[in-house]
Ligand binder design. Structure first.
Ligand SMILES: [Zn+2]
Length: 158
């Protein structure tokens, strides 16, 4: 199968124009990408992303191979200063057209009336999924100044 590398970087892929030949889109997501989002968790980052998309003629669905490599910046749970969290994603997603937009984990339903796959949402979601529930610096690597300033406001410690 001949792969096609696209030069442009659409935010949304029109699925009606996707056929059985895989198309690959490459993106560089930097801090401006994350600051434009209203995501409460992600303060910044640097991620190389690649989206491979093609139509599966056996059942008419679309296959999306989402690859992301890099890191995001979040606030450390302990000292609140910047913490880099590595992001490494290689997911195979199935996309079908349906009545309305829906997300069921590995299966994404895109409205038939507006068959556009929103990549930014995928990038945000998978970047956020890479962040552990308790994200903190390794023991002893917290910002000491920030930590002591925070402890002044701390009434009790559990
Ligand atoms: Zn910290």
């Amino acid at each position: 199968m001949q792969a096609e590398i696209k030069e442009d970087m659409p935010d949304r892929i029109n699925l009606k124009k996707i056929h059985s030949v895989k198309e690959t889109y490459q993106y560089s997501l930097d801090s401006s990408f994350f600051s434009e989002s209203d995501h409460p968790l992600l303060n910044g980052g640097m991620i190389d992303a690649e989206v491979g998309v093609w139509r599966d003629d056996t059942d008419g669905s679309y296959k999306v191979n989402l690859k992301m490599n890099g890191h995001v910046v979040v606030a450390c749970d302990r000292c609140l200063s910047d913490l880099q969290v590595p992001v490494k994603v290689d997911e195979m997603l199935k996309v079908v057209l349906g009545d309305e937009d829906d997300d069921k984990g590995d299966l994404i339903v895109v409205s038939e009336r507006e068959p556009l796959l929103d990549l930014n949402t995928l990038f945000y979601d998978y970047a956020a999924l890479s962040v552990p529930i308790h994200a903190a610096h390794a023991e002893g690597e917290c910002d000491a100044e920030m930590e002591s300033r925070l402890s002044e406001y701390l009434i009790s410690k559990d």
